[in-house]
Design a binder for this molecule. Structure first.
Ligand SMILES: Cc1cc2nc3c(=O)[nH]c(=O)nc-3n(C[C@H](O)[C@H](O)[C@H](O)COP(=O)(O)OP(=O)(O)OC[C@H]3O[C@@H](n4cnc5c(N)ncnc54)[C@H](O)[C@@H]3O)c2cc1C
Length: 382
């Protein structure tokens, strides 16, 4: 392990949230670590990203998630997206936009760098945090050494993509067919002519149900009867939903799924699936067997594959040494700050887990950090 590098702010993650924070640091005169010769007194930051290339989670999305089927991807701050063909897969066009953004603002993202642990250097609450990495280990052939950073503040922007949630069901390990999470989904083609159970009630579940049902026999299962919301999800309803999530994270509860606060909306895929008669919900199976599932009524249904469209959880394992996670897995949040470790900010988390929320949270975190750093600078004595 190399000697710790001292820096003002470490940003973990270079998705929409991390890049927003990096942009606002850059705007306020912070410079990427290693880009000064030490002669300037500028404050420094470093962005560490586990992915081998720019794009955050967008570099991993399935190809049928095009610019016309995404919910809407907000521009990164200070640089609008170029004109994009609505038919183009987001996986093709968003990563180059992120790369151009990093280049334009000279953000010098370090990758692939996986943060393994964030811990306190000592007991001084105004002291430093240590950010420990396993640089290079996630990219074959990369040989950069593991590094440690000593930071005044950490902006955690690690998203959820790396933590797909697989609910526990009896027999899951016995199934001989294909089981996959939406994070592994490539295209409907691999299920052609098969029978597949799609589990889940989120946007991805409905979109993939509609898509796969065109080439395969689908069976849609959800834990609870979905509550369809007829009216448009207008601004007032959105604000209310976000407030609900804000309140949850303020109390330290896990943010919960989007559907739990918004209900199910009639997206174009939901309407298309409904029109084709494939939006027929069944209660969850009781258990999984080697070649199928036992349904709620006790009968056996042979199936070839199970697609778990069961959401994601926040990627926060590396924060464990700080001891700020409550027994339920949540973290108490005040604005963007972890209430129990104010030097850590969580963005793209809870109410800011959207592209627009990530943009705003990046700015808010930087403003709060700036205020802390300014307050910590000793007033000159005359
Ligand atoms: C299928 C799907 C579709 C979506 N569509 C939309 C949409 O249309 N509009 C919208 O607003 N939102 C959408 N969302 C929500 C979306 O994920 C967020 O809005 C946004 O892209 C998340 O940005 P982020 O920066 O928080 O996370 P990410 O884009 O996931 O970036 C996190 C980054 O952190 C890195 N990282 C993770 N752990 C570590 C670690 N330990 N050390 C170092 N780096 C780490 C990752 O490698 C990654 O690069 C969608 C989500 C899903 C799952």
């Amino acid at each position: 392990m190399s000697t710790p590098e001292t820096v003002d702010v470490v940003v973990i993650g270079a998705g929409q949230a991390g890049l927003s924070a990096a942009y606002h640091l850059h705007r306020r005169g912070f410079v990427p670590l290693g880009t000064t010769d030490g002669a300037t007194a500028a404050r420094t930051f470093v962005v560490l990203d586990a992915n081998g290339a720019p794009g955050g989670a967008w570099q991993h999305r399935w190809r049928s998630l095009t610019m016309s089927t995404v919910n809407g991807i907000y521009d990164l701050p200070g640089m609008p997206k170029p004109e994009l063909d609505p038919a183009s897969p987001s996986v093709d066009v968003i990563p180059p936009y992120f790369a151009a953004f990093e280049e334009r603002f000279g953000l010098a993202v370090r990758r692939p760098v996986q943060v393994r642990a964030v811990r306190r250097e000592d007991d001084d609450p105004r002291g430093r945090l240590l950010v420990e990495t396993a640089a290079g280990t996630d990219s074959p052939g990369a040989d950069s050494p593991a590094a440690v950073f000593r930071a005044r503040a950490v902006v955690n922007a690690t998203g959820t993509w790396t933590k797909p949630f697989w609910p526990a069901y009896p027999g899951r390990e016995r199934f001989a067919g294909r089981q996959l999470h939406v994070a592994d989904y490539v295209s409907a083609d691999e299920f052609r002519g098969r029978r597949i159970v799609v589990v889940g009630a989120g946007i991805s579940a409905i979109q993939l149900l509609e898509e796969i049902s065109r080439v395969a026999e689908t069976v849609w299962m959800t834990r609870r009867e979905p509550e369809w919301v007829d009216d448009d999800f207008d601004t007032a309803a959105r604000v209310e939903a976000i407030k609900g999530v804000e309140e949850r994270v303020r109390q330290g509860l896990p943010p919960g799924s989007v559907i739990s606060v918004t209900g199910m909306h009639w997206t174009p895929w939901a309407r298309a699936a409904e029109a084709r008669g494939v939006l027929v919900r069944q209660p969850m199976f009781r258990r999984i067997e080697e070649h199928g599932v036992v349904l709620a009524d006790g009968s056996f249904l042979p199936v070839d594959a199970i697609l778990w469209a069961t959401g994601f959880r926040a990627a926060l394992d590396h924060l464990a040494p700080l001891g700020i996670r409550l027994p339920g897995g949540g973290i108490r949040i005040d604005g963007t700050r972890a209430a129990d470790e104010p030097r850590v900010h969580l963005i793209g988390y809870g109410p800011s887990a959207s592209t627009v929320g990530a943009n705003r949270a990046g700015r808010a975190a930087v403003m709060a950090i700036l205020a802390d750093l300014d307050a910590a600078v000793p007033v000159p004595q005359h």
